[in-house]
Write a protein that binds this ligand. Structure first.
Ligand SMILES: C[S@@+](CC[C@H](N)C(=O)[O-])C[C@H]1O[C@@H](n2cnc3c(N)ncnc32)[C@H](O)[C@@H]1O
Length: 452
């Protein structure tokens, strides 16, 4: 017998809590184990899990209010996640409470027996009685209230309140809870962009060329997901957010330039640069993670990208590349992914404030490791919206490293943040931010640091 969407979702959530792998990976594992082969079911379950993950803080706040004599984190994982799915259905999806409750009770009864099933029934009865206002009234302060209402981490709300203010923050969080735009990159070194556009349209994928970033197409509508089309299978196009492509575009390579991508895997920004120059550059791709480098090599084969690929630690690059020099370098290090909350909502719940500070230390170390190898310019980018990982990293880099000046990476987008706590960023107009609520992209930061 096929499992219901609710039961598959509970299994995905249990797996995600245990492994902390990406939601996509968890969905894949669960559906393969359950013998589900139909791609439409995959798409539906994945979309449903994404929506629940976006609303997780709100859902948990209902449960915190309804569960007595226990804390939500201490519940059995099957009980907790069956409760989450049913609460999500009732409060966010307009499913009739009786239907949502019956399914959760049935799942828990089969898995854990009568006692836990009765508990689930009782909690969901109380959830049904609660309104969102009841739940918000229990918040201890404004930060917690906003975090619950918009389902974002409290550290994120606190930090962004300090930097952009309440109105802008609420617009950002609302955008993060909507469906993100989809963009494709065209591999102009393999196919004429017009031909790729026509081929996509023949399969029911309507796209529009982006006015700012060459070779980037916005998916306007589609009958089939782009990933199932011939142009995608043939490696003519690949998914890439406009903001991610813009960061690579900021490098503006001349034909024949030696370009280093110091945190390259899985290779999207490098592939964009390769397509932009139609292969006319000497590209070196470095990454520290062998598994991700294998993925980069597979991608490059499919996309027709030629590059020298090296496993190395970018914090010690001068030693590892024996003093080699590059005209340009791109540093796109690991970050909190707080700009990608619409596409990867699970990042909201896995990254904490102490991790943000740790990311910032790593980002600075990589920038310092790469800078001595650069002749002309260095582009630093993250898909984070925190100041700590962006303006603050650039400020600390400039303070310790003479001879670099921020220069505008491109003209579209917004300036950087002007000040945070005691720190001022006088060059904030010469770095760029793209925001989900303003630019229909992921939240991204890009700085172009030129040798003076
Ligand atoms: C944000 S991802 C890069 C995405 C890539 N630029 C793209 O557009 O496809 C960050 C990458 O940095 C790599 N990384 C982390 N620490 C590193 C280090 N010390 N040296 C080199 N690469 C590192 C990670 O393995 C990861 O692949």
């Amino acid at each position: 017998m096929g499992l219901s969407r609710q039961e598959l979702t509970v299994r995905v959530l249990v797996r995600w809590e245990r492994t902390r792998r990406s939601l996509r990976t968890c969905v894949k594992r669960v559906l393969l184990n359950a013998g589900v082969r139909d791609h439409k079911v995959w798409g539906t379950v994945h979309a449903y899990c994404m929506e629940l993950m976006k609303r997780l803080r709100t859902v948990d706040a209902f449960l915190e209010a309804a569960v007595r004599n226990a804390r939500v984190p201490d519940l059995d994982p099957w009980v907790r996640n069956a409760l989450r799915v049913a609460t999500f259905e009732m409060k966010c999806n307009d499913v009739k409470p009786a239907i949502a409750t019956n399914e959760a009770v049935r799942i828990v009864l089969r898995r854990l027996g009568e006692g836990p099933a009765r508990f689930v029934n009782a909690v969901l009865y109380d959830v049904e009685e609660l309104s969102l206002d009841d739940v918000l009234d229990r918040a201890r302060d404004e930060v917690e209230r906003l975090a619950i209402e918009h389902s974002h981490p409290e550290w994120f709300v606190r930090h962004l309140l300090d930097t952009v203010g309440r109105e802008e923050l609420e617009r950002l969080m609302r955008a993060n809870n909507r469906e993100p735009e989809r963009y494709l990159r065209v591999h102009a070194h393999r196919v004429d962009p017009d031909r790729a556009i026509l081929a996509l349209e023949r399969e029911g994928v309507v796209v529009e060329e982006d006015p700012d970033v060459p070779l980037i197409l916005r998916v306007v509508e589609h009958d089939v997901p782009p990933v199932r089309t011939e142009p995608y299978r043939r490696g003519w196009v690949a998914y890439q957010d406009k903001a991610s492509a813009a960061a690579a575009y900021a490098l503006r390579p001349d034909p024949g330039d030696a370009v280093l991508d110091a945190c390259a895997a899985p290779g999207n920004k490098s592939a964009y640069l390769y397509a932009l120059t139609e292969g006319e550059l000497e590209l070196t791709c470095v990454d520290v993670n062998p598994r991700r480098l294998r993925e980069l090599r597979r991608n490059f084969r499919r996309w027709g990208v030629e590059a020298r690929v090296r496993r190395a630690d970018a914090t010690r690059l001068a030693r590892e590349l024996r003093g080699e020099r590059f005209d340009l370098a791109l540093v796109d290090p690991p970050c909190s992914s707080s700009g990608a909350y619409a596409r990867s909502p699970e990042a909201r719940w896995t990254v904490r404030w102490r991790h943000v500070k740790r990311y910032a230390r790593g980002q600075l170390a990589i920038l310092r490791g790469v800078a001595p190898l650069v002749e002309r310019a260095l582009v630093y980018s993250t898909c984070s919206v925190t100041v700590v990982e962006n303006e603050e990293v650039v400020r600390r880099f400039l303070r310790g490293m003479d001879g670099f000046e921020p220069e505008r990476p491109f003209t579209f987008g917004s300036p950087g943040v002007e000040r945070w706590l005691d720190h001022r960023y006088p060059w904030h107009d010469r770095v760029r931010r793209l925001w989900p609520h303003r630019h229909r992209t992921e939240g991204f930061f890009t700085a172009r640091l030129e040798r003076s």
